[in-house]
Design a protein around this ligand. Structure first.
Ligand code: EPS
Length: 362
């Protein structure tokens, strides 16, 4: 399954060390202004090699728009986007061609298909997320222009380090998408020590969508939160997704968790902007847990494809914490889900209109 969405349908293709990666977006509304320049910002935010704390692969990540636009505007035809791979180094994978990295999809791909592209992990590489971010550039633009909906994200935990302060303005000014500018030096030290040790660490990313109108999301099987969970879980290395208070809700009482409506607005947002699978008009808040990456130069025992016990060492240009550059990827999945749900809402309920006053502030 390489296709995502119902009405705004994105299919990605390509391997990390193949000639190119790409996507086809089908069902895109006509008239959206899109040029190749629009992709630079978000692709740059996601890319490797932007700081010493991520993989040092340096990709150009130049998008070619092959179809679906005319004079800089979408036509309603399938939009094909292509990025040529320019900095693959397949020899790094020579020694693990017949080995399974513990904690990696090498083993499950091998069992499933009986063949795998070991170069850079093929389709299991985080390189695949490039095209999600590219497709979401179109979705983000439409959401902003049509509904004033904005999607943004930040790193909300790395290992056991939590932000001590919060400022959205700090997030884009450091290599970690971290919301506390005072802590950036500490994180640099943390990551430098981690990299020297050869180990990796997990992280948590939080994304918000602001100004989502009430009503998006489809009960019962197309719940907005269910589709967000599925979308986020489809990102490499994701092991958990929370909406609003998520697992903290377990220890709450209903009298605390309920978001009381007043003439001045909602008093809280424990629900993360979704009730009954449908947006409330409050900010949608979703947190995503990334596991520590499994390509480590620290030797370990493991098995090869013949069942022999072998020593496994992964060399090359790997991310010690893939969560560091995952905020744009999570934003992308949020935007893709929202755009698809917005189109579905418009198709079925576009004539309903505003039937009750909104809670102020939404
Ligand atoms: C990745 C391993 C590294 C990263 C890659 C994701 O690949 P390589 O060994 O080819 O450098 O660089 O990330 C990207 C190329 C990207 O654009 O995100 C992995 O194992 O997932």
């Amino acid at each position: 399954m390489n296709t995502f969405g119902y009405l705004f349908r994105v299919t990605t293709f390509g391997e990390s060390h193949g000639p190119a990666i790409g996507c086809v977006i089908d069902g895109c509304p006509p008239g959206i202004t899109i040029t190749e320049d629009d992709f630079h910002r978000d692709l740059g935010r996601r890319a490797t090699g932007k700081s010493r704390h991520t993989s040092q692969r340096h990709e150009a990540d130049e998008v070619e728009i092959l179809s679906g636009t005319y004079e800089g505007r979408t036509t309603g035809a399938p939009i094909a986007l292509l990025i040529r791979n320019t900095d693959a180094r397949s020899k790094d994978y020579g020694r693990i061609v017949e080995q399974f990295r513990p904690g990696h999809a090498d083993y499950t791909y091998w069992h499933k298909y009986g063949i795998r592209d070991p170069r850079g992990g093929g389709r299991s590489s985080a390189r695949e997320t490039t095209m999600r971010v590219a497709a979401a550039v179109v979705a983000k633009k439409w959401l902003a222009e049509k509904f004033n909906v904005y999607v943004r994200g930040y790193l909300s935990q790395i290992g056991d380090v939590l932000p001590r302060a919060f400022d959205w303005n700090a997030v884009e000014d450091n290599p970690f998408f971290w919301p506390d500018a005072q802590q950036v030096g500490e994180l640099e030290g943390f990551m430098d020590a981690l990299r020297k040790s050869g180990d990796s660490v997990g992280a948590r990313v939080t994304v918000h969508a602001d100004n989502v109108p009430p009503g998006w999301g489809e009960p019962v099987y197309g719940k907005l939160d269910a589709e967000l969970a599925s979308a986020m879980m489809s990102i490499n290395a994701v092991k958990g997704v929370e909406i609003g208070d998520g697992f903290a809700s377990v220890a709450q009482n209903g009298s605390v968790h309920r978001d009381v409506m007043t003439p001045q607005g909602f008093e809280s947002n424990h629900a993360g902007g979704i009730l009954g699978g449908i947006s409330t008009g409050q900010s949608i808040v979703c947190s995503i847990a990334f596991k520590p990456t499994s390509s480590l130069r620290l030797p370990t025992q493991g098995l090869d494809v013949h069942g022999n016990e072998v020593e496994i060492v992964t060399t090359g240009r790997h991310d010690p914490c893939v969560g560091i550059r995952a905020a744009p990827i999570c934003e992308a999945m949020l935007a893709l889900v929202l755009m698809d749900q917005a189109l579905r809402h418009r198709a079925q309920c576009g004539d309903v209109g505003e039937v009750t006053p909104r809670v102020p502030g939404t």
